[in-house]
Design a protein around this ligand. Structure first.
Ligand SMILES: *Cc1c(COP(=O)(O)O)cnc(C)c1O
Length: 353
C-alpha cells in the first residue's frame, strides 16, 4: 500500500521566499522605513494588556473601528484576514465551486492563479497589451464569453506598476455578472480607490493590506471591504480565529496614527520619484530599455530579452543588490538613497558590459 498525493498538489513546491541576507533588498515591495519610535512605544504598551491565555476576537472589532476611521469606510463592510493573501485564499476557495471560471489579467500577482488552481477552478487569462495596459472592453468580453464567476486583479498592478481609473473599473463592475475582486494593495500610493463606493456594488470586494505603504508586512494584516451580503459570507467562511490578538492590537495602533503613516508614505513616494527619474536618465541612450511610470512603490524596467534581464539580475545579486526578475522585466522597490544608489551604480555598469 502507498499513499498518493492528489493530482492538484502532487507537483507543487513550497513558496520560495528569499531569506538570505542581501545588503540592498529591493525585491519584495516592502517599506524601507523602520517603524516610528512613538508608534513602537504605543505598541509595547498595548501588548502588555493582552490576555494571552484567551482566544482572539474573531471579528477584530477594535481594529475594524480604527481601520474604518482611517479610510472613512463603514465598519460593517470590513473583514480582516491574516494578510490579504489569506483573504484571496478564502474568497477563491469559498465563493467558487470547482470548475467555475476565474479570470485574471496577466501579468499580475501570481497568487491569484495559485489559489484558483487549489480551488479546482478553470483559469482564463486575459493578456495585457504590449504597453502592459488593461483593456477593459477585452476583459468584459472575455468574462461574458467564458461565463467568469470571478475576476481578480490588482490596481495599481503588481508587477506592472500601472493603474487604471475608477471610471474604467466602474464600467467593468456594471457590465459583468462576475464577482470582481479588486486588490488595492498599492492604492495607498495612488488615488483611484473605490472604497468609498463600496455600498453601491453587489459584486465588488476590495482588498487592502498593512504590508506595503504602512510598512507592517511582518504582522500579516489584510482587509476585505464589501457590501453587507458579501461581508457576511466572508465572515461565515473564514476560520474563526484567523487573526491573532498580537496583530489585532498592533494593527489598531498603526491605523490610529494616520498622520505619521501618511508622512512615511510620502517619504516612500519621494524615493520612488527619485528612482524613476534616475532610471529615465540612465536608460535614455538605450532604445531597447523601457522604464514604466509608476503608481506604486516600485518601478518596472523592461529589457530587450529575458536573457538580458537575467544577466543584469544576476550581476546585481552577485553584488548584494536584490531585485525581482520576471521574464524580460526587472521590478525594483523604492528604498533608501543608499539602496537606490547602490542599485543605480551597478545598473549603469551592467548595461554597458
Ligand atoms: C504585496 C501584495 C499583497 C499583500 O499581501 P499581504 O498578504 O497582505 O501581505 C496583495 N496583493 C498584491 C498584488 C501584492 O503585491
Amino acid at each position: 500500500m502507498s499513499y498518493e498525493l492528489c493530482k492538484k498538489i502532487i507537483d507543487l513546491n513550497p513558496y520560495e521566499a528569499i531569506h538570505e541576507d542581501y545588503k540592498h533588498k529591493l525585491d519584495a515591495n516592502e517599506s524601507f522605513i523602520p517603524i516610528d519610535d512613538k508608534i513602537l512605544n504605543q505598541i509595547k504598551d498595548k501588548l502588555g494588556e493582552i490576555d494571552f491565555n484567551r482566544y482572539p476576537d474573531p471579528y477584530c472589532e477594535n481594529l475594524c473601528e480604527c481601520f474604518s476611521r482611517f479610510y472613512g469606510v463603514d465598519k460593517s463592510y470590513i473583514t480582516v484576514g491574516n494578510g490579504s493573501d489569506e483573504l484571496i485564499s478564502i474568497i477563491t476557495s469559498s465563493f467558487l465551486m470547482s470548475q467555475d471560471t476565474v479570470l485574471t489579467i496577466t501579468p499580475d500577482f501570481s497568487m491569484y492563479k495559485f489559489y484558483a488552481h487549489i480551488a479546482e477552478c478553470n483559469l482564463v487569462e486575459v493578456a495585457k497589451d504590449s504597453t502592459l495596459k488593461i483593456d477593459i472592453d477585452t476583459v468584459i468580453k472575455a468574462a461574458k464569453a467564458n461565463n467568469a464567476k470571478m475576476i481578480i486583479f490588482s490596481n495599481p498592478c503588481n508587477p506592472t506598476s500601472l493603474g487604471i481609473s475608477r471610471e474604467e473599473i466602474i464600467r467593468l463592475l456594471c457590465s459583468v455578472d462576475s464577482l470582481v475582486v479588486l486588490d488595492e494593495a498599492y492604492m495607498d500610493f495612488w488615488n483611484e480607490s473605490l472604497v468609498h463606493d463600496i455600498g453601491e456594488f453587489d459584486n465588488l470586494i476590495i482588498l487592502k493590506t498593512a504590508s506595503k505603504a504602512w510598512g507592517m508586512a511582518s504582522i500579516r494584516l489584510g482587509f476585505a471591504i464589501a457590501n453587507l451580503k458579501l461581508t457576511k459570507a466572508m465572515k461565515a467562511v473564514k476560520s474563526p480565529y484567523n487573526v491573532n490578538t498580537v496583530s489585532q492590537r498592533i494593527g489598531a495602533v498603526i491605523y490610529s496614527n494616520k498622520e505619521t503613516l501618511l508622512e512615511m508614505r510620502n517619504k516612500i513616494l519621494l524615493q520612488r520619484d527619485y528612482l524613476y527619474s534616475e532610471l529615465i536618465s540612465i536608460t535614455e541612450p538605450y532604445n531597447d530599455i523601457i522604464v514604466y511610470p509608476s503608481c506604486t512603490n516600485f518601478v518596472l524596467i523592461e529589457f530587450e530579452s529575458e536573457c538580458e534581464s537575467s544577466r543584469i539580475y544576476n550581476y546585481l545579486k552577485e553584488n548584494s543588490v536584490l531585485v525581482r526578475c520576471m521574464g524580460k522585466y526587472l521590478r525594483v522597490t523604492a528604498s533608501s538613497d543608499t539602496d537606490i544608489n547602490a542599485f543605480l551604480n551597478l545598473l549603469k555598469k551592467a548595461i554597458k558590459i
